[in-house]
Design a protein. Structure first.
Lengths: 361, 476
């Protein structure tokens, strides 16, 4: 392990000053809800621990998670985290291309076997043997399995990796499948949201890099520090809900006065996320503040719950484990038949793809 | 490599996945085939859903240009509902869209395009040291400055759109947020800060000066800012003659405001023409899709699960009157009649032209955004109410950063009966059609020189990236 630098060394090499470093440590403590006494502990951990490498891969997705991540509130936090992971692999931001990029991924896996965190953005489509998402001539699901095999832990970024998100919407044409249904033998932390809030992403990854362990998870596998409260609990429009003051139509008097959006279909009362406290785009605002109800994008199945503008009474409550499972089971049942029919054809097609015959790991 | 076949992919620093197959002869690309290897089936998921769900689902096609998707969906729904936003609502919608487009151009220039010039293959060039300092992936000083400036610019989206990516604020009748007087002050503050970045870092001069450039020769004299560094590199590496276009451009018109589109709609085929959207059809001869060539209102998305041998991409081939069309910032500026863009197009419309058009558009859009904010009246109406019809059709045609984006919607019995999307990169990276005519990128790649022994030819990278591909939008 001695050949791996510490976080502190990496940061200094990236031109981050000691002062900035200490500031970062106190910010981190604050962001994670830890008291000031944790600042020196974080600093000590980062000065002495070897850096945990991160591999960041992309499946079926829209890159909104990366987009969110690169504009995290505190430029310093982002710089630091980016500098920590820059040495490894990220196929959207890295410099290498083509086979060099594939080689870089392989090198990183080999070099840090059993010691890296795998961050997954997007999910694998399983229909047609994964042919709907081909990376380097191979289905993404193979890249995912390969990279996961030697990972210490996996972060499922966003609703895609955590739950499937809109590409898994009925009829789920590609059988987009969340990571935890494909990788069964690794600790997985879900950071849902479409996308997740940047500060939540940096917070989670910083915690894992700093303390070398998973944060406390709720029973859905989400970090409790960011997903233990409903949007509704801390919504600045909550007093209007309690007072029975609601927006009835777009841009009406109530809308101008910032009344509660419950009647416009707001899912804040059943959505666990930090939007109403951490907010978006560097703490500027969040959907409810811009006059639109919450759609519950950090909850399982939010994409297939009827109209986003129906009032909550009309829909099944999601965010409940039993219901989430039912949704998952139903989807699997529908696509099962389709897979069997096309399996033979796909196998032939696979044989034609030369690049795919490369042996894995 | 001087003879044979080459498969390039995966490409990094592009949104999504991309594979390019090249036939090489005599050290140049003889023919290219572009494959979009990612398919999700958005159009099929939308069928049978509440039409308003399109406002939430289509933006999630792409995390980089989600507002363009959102704007197109809102417009298509509005057309079906017979609803147009009030002028102030329209202006805020266009401001939101403009911010995203500018942010995309910034990302392209700093994070996706320029880092290729830091490759060791250019180590002997006089500008290489400067390129390394400014544009080394994830570390360059220009990249850090750009990411910071971009994050501040996106505060405007935080303010007006609640969150970005994937806002919900754009509706068929207008926008959900009515900006107050205080918001107006904050908006101008953010725009002033962004102007400062542009004038100190990107252009090194007033944005008006760059927007006033009228010819390629004038452009080549521009020496200041990162734009100047790009031009020195472009002249030295002859980007003007690399990846030349076919002189055919399409724009649906950007930023419809009270006085018309800020950047006109139209067609350019070696000269200006009017746009007939009924002449658009998607050809499926080389796509793993089933069905006949059809206008998007009648077309469908049925993947060919056999992946037949005569096809090679999930991407359909949109054509206008049978012609492939290039779309993007260059197309918009040419069709809008900007003299610099027209001159660049007439001289070949290569890599230099495409990248310059984006810089030009950043400068022109900054001025436009400032105008919109200055004219904002907080007392105006920002949203009209409307109701969904039981039956109806609508088209939402907008300009994303990467070019012409269209949503075509048909409602039956109050549900989505069909939803078809043609994204900018679907035009630019389209495969061949039934006549064997290659798509714009495929055509632009022909003739690209390869250096001996190159496995990821750097010139091919420049040409591909000059289109700023967004592969997740391409096939969706």
């Amino acid at each position: 392990m001695s050949q791996i630098e510490t976080f502190y060394e990496v940061m200094r090499r990236q031109g981050i000053t000691r002062r900035s470093f200490m500031k970062y440590c106190s910010l981190t403590a604050a962001a994670l809800g830890l008291g000031p006494s944790f600042v020196p502990k974080i600093a000590h951990a980062m000065e002495t621990k070897p850096r945990t490498p991160v591999i960041w891969i992309h499946g079926l997705e829209c890159t909104c998670c990366s987009e969110s991540f690169i504009r995290s509130a505190h430029p310093l936090a982002k710089d630091v985290v980016l500098s920590m992971i820059s040495l490894d692999y990220d196929d959207t931001l890295m410099a290498a291309a083509g086979h060099a990029a594939e080689a870089a991924l392989q090198d990183t896996i080999e070099k840090y076997k059993g010691n890296y965190i795998l961050a997954v953005e997007g999910n694998p489509p399983l229909n047609e043997d994964g042919m709907y998402c081909i990376i380097g001539g191979k289905p993404f699901v193979e890249q995912l399995r390969h990279a996961a095999e030697h990972a210490k832990a996996i972060i499922s970024w966003g609703a895609c990796a955590s739950y499937g998100c809109v590409q898994a919407a009925a009829p789920n044409p590609t059988r987009a499948t969340p990571v935890h249904k494909v990788i069964l033998d690794k600790p997985i932390i879900k950071v849902p949201g479409c996308p997740p809030i940047a500060e939540v992403m940096t917070g989670v990854i910083t915690y894992m890099l700093t303390f070398d362990r998973m944060p406390t998870l709720d029973r859905q596998g989400r970090p409790a520090m960011f997903y233990s409260q409903r949007i509704h609990d801390k919504c600045y429009r909550r007093p209007h809900f309690d007072a029975g003051q609601f927006v009835e139509t777009w841009d009406d008097e109530g809308a101008r006065k910032g009344f509660c959006l419950y009647k416009m279909g707001c899912k804040g009362p059943t959505t666990y996320n930090a939007c109403s406290t951490v907010r978006w785009n560097e703490g500027v605002s969040f959907p409810i503040q811009s006059g639109h109800g919450c759609i519950g994008c950090s909850e399982d199945g939010f994409w297939d719950q009827g109209s986003f503008y129906d009032r909550l009474t009309n829909i099944k409550q999601f965010g409940v484990e039993a219901n989430a499972d039912q949704v998952g089971m139903a989807a699997a049942g529908v696509v099962g038949g389709a897979v069997a029919v096309h399996a033979a054809v796909s196998a032939l097609k696979r044989a034609q793809k030369k690049t795919q015959d490369k042996v894995e790991g | 490599m001087t003879e044979g076949r080459l498969v390039l992919g995966p490409f990094n620093r592009v949104e999504g996945d991309l594979e390019v197959h090249l036939d090489v002869a005599d050290g140049v690309v003889a023919a290219a085939r572009v494959n979009a290897p990612l398919y999700r089936g958005f159009e099929r998921m939308l069928e049978g859903k509440d039409p308003r769900d399109a406002l939430t689902i289509t933006p999630r096609i792409c995390g980089i240009c989600s507002i363009s998707q959102s704007a197109a969906a809102a417009r298509a729904l509005g057309a079906a509902m017979g609803l147009t936003p009030p002028p102030a609502g329209e202006a805020v919608m266009q401001l939101i869209h403009a911010v995203e487009n500018v942010a995309d151009h910034m990302t392209h220039f700093n994070l996706f395009f320029m880092p290729d010039f830091t490759r060791p293959i250019y180590a002997d060039r006089f500008w290489h040291g400067q390129a390394l300092d400014r544009f080394t992936a994830m570390q360059g000083s220009a990249q850090r400055a750009a990411v910071a400036a971009r994050a501040e610019l996106l505060h405007i989206l935080g303010l007006l759109a609640g969150k970005w990516p994937h806002t919900l604020a754009l509706q068929p009748g207008g926008v959900t947020k009515a900006p107050g007087a205080r918001d107006k002050v904050r908006l101008s503050t953010h725009l002033r800060a962004f102007r400062r970045y542009l004038e100190e870092v990107l252009f090194g001069a007033p944005v008006e000066d760059f927007a006033a450039l009228a010819s390629t020769d004038g452009l080549k004299d521009w020496s200041r800012g990162d734009a100047g560094l790009f031009l020195r590199i472009a002249l030295d590496t002859d980007l003007e003659n690399l990846g030349r276009g076919a002189g055919r451009y399409l724009s649906f018109g950007a930023y419809p405001l009270a006085g018309g589109h800020a950047f006109r709609a139209g067609v350019w085929d070696n000269g200006p023409q009017t746009l007939e959207t009924s002449a658009i059809a998607e050809d499926l001869s080389h796509a793993w899709m089933l069905g006949a060539t059809a206008h998007p209102l009648r077309g469908m998305t049925l993947p060919d699960e056999d992946m037949r041998d005569s096809a090679y991409s999930w991407c359909k081939a949109p054509r206008l009157d049978g012609r492939p069309m290039e779309t993007g910032a260059l197309a918009r500026q040419v069709i809008d009649g900007h003299p610099l863009a027209v001159d660049l197009a007439i001289r070949g419309g290569g890599v230099l032209a495409r990248v310059t058009a984006r810089l030009l558009e950043i400068a022109r859009t900054q001025i436009l955004m400032e105008d919109i904010v200055r004219d904002l009246d907080p007392a105006a109406r920002f949203m009209e109410a409307g109701s969904l019809p039981d039956q109806g059709v609508g088209a939402g045609l907008v300009e994303a950063a990467r070019g012409a984006l269209g949503h075509w919607l048909r409602i039956e019995q109050g549900r989505i009966a069909s939803y078809q999307i043609i994204a900018p990169t679907t035009w630019n990276f389209s495969p061949r059609d039934s006549l064997g005519i290659p798509g714009p990128l495929e055509a632009a790649l022909a003739g690209t020189p390869l250096r001996p022994g190159e496995e990821t030819p750097v010139a091919v990278q420049h040409v591909v990236r000059s289109f700023d591909p967004c592969m997740v939008c391409t096939v969706h």
